[in-house]
Design a protein around this ligand. Structure first.
Ligand code: HEM
Length: 280
């Protein structure tokens, strides 16, 4: 069952051309939603103005090779391994969700454009099912175990917080109904109902990019790269360095340090990073 292409069965009632047109429409909706989101929030304008300000405040100029190196580490760390997550459970759940989604989307496109009428379509049907399953593992874990934790959002599992949850709910309903539709193939009206729910969910997921968190998958890598640049060129968004308080040059710059803490200020410890925030 997991190795059978569900779209081949569907092609008996819906032509491959219609399926392909639907996929193209979803791609267009994502592009339009992302562009509208950028225009509305002025995020691109902010990004470039911020980059320009950083360039002016830079203590040194970054070379092309250094920038390329940072772009590569952004891909290998922040994008491919979700390294921005400090919480391990949240990071692993994000990895399941992200890789599941990518696998599901890519294999859907391959099946619909390459094998729409072939029940056995190589490894692709298996990848399609595994992608949806992985998305469900990461997503339901997030919804039922992570998001509900008071050390995270502390939101009840049955509470839907509007736009903030549109993305995760769209992801989960799409993958869940896709799997159920495939698994009930041949079950008549039930199968048709699950197919309608699958398409309704995916239309909500791809059609609400403007309102949901969908576009973070495009913006976050750019923000992560920019963050690396401002640390490397010394502009640091105008934030102070991590000073060594015993350094005479630092004490000359901030005379109140020796005045209040003496010439050899003690190490004040990790401060807010001392322990995970669990005191809710
Ligand atoms: C490609 C598909 C992706 C999917 C399906 C996806 C899915 C999600 C979901 C469901 C959440 C909410 C869960 C949580 O906060 O733990 C989330 C949050 C987050 N994602 Fe992704 N993500 C994707 C790509 C990316 C990429 C490429 C990056 C970074 C380069 C990224 C960085 C983040 C970060 C930092 C958060 C948490 C902070 C926030 O809520 O804004 N994601 N993602």
């Amino acid at each position: 069952m997991l190795t059978s292409n569900p779209f081949a069965e569907l092609s008996a009632s819906i032509s491959p051309g219609v399926m392909q047109a639907y996929v193209v429409l979803m791609i267009v909706l994502v592009i339009v939603g992302t562009v509208l989101d950028m225009m509305h929030k002025k995020s691109a304008q902010y990004f470039f103005e911020n980059a320009e300000r950083a360039r002016k405040d830079a203590k040194r100029t970054l070379g092309a090779a250094e920038k390329a190196g940072m772009a590569i580490t952004t891909v290998t760390n922040e994008v491919l391994t979700s390294s921005e997550f400090k919480n391990t459970r949240r990071r692993i759940s994000h990895l399941f969700t992200m890789y599941g989604f990518v696998l599901f989307v890519v294999s859907t496109a391959v099946l619909i454009f390459g094998y729409a009428t072939e029940p056995a379509a190589g490894v692709w049907p298996l990848l399609w099912h595994l992608g949806a399953l992985s998305l469900c593992v990461g997503g339901y874990w997030f919804w039922f175990a992570i998001r509900v934790d008071v050390a995270a959002e502390g939101v009840k599992w049955y509470n839907f917080n509007g736009r903030g949850d549109l993305f995760i709910v769209g992801l989960l309903s799409t993958a869940t109904f896709a799997l159920l539709w495939s698994l009930t193939m041949g079950a008549g009206a039930l199968n048709t109902l699950l197919f309608v729910l699958f398409i309704a969910s995916s239309t909500v997921l791809f059609g609400t990019v403007f309102w949901s968190k969908f576009a973070h998958m495009f913006f976050k890598p750019a923000a992560a790269y920019q963050k690396k640049c401002i640390m490397a060129d010394g502009s640091r968004e105008n934030l102070p360095n991590d000073y060594d308080l015993t350094d005479p040059a630092v004490q000359a710059k901030f005379p109140d340090i020796p005045e209040y803490l003496g010439k050899n200020p003690p190490n004040m410890g990790l401060g807010i990073s001392r322990e995970a925030p669990r005191h809710y």
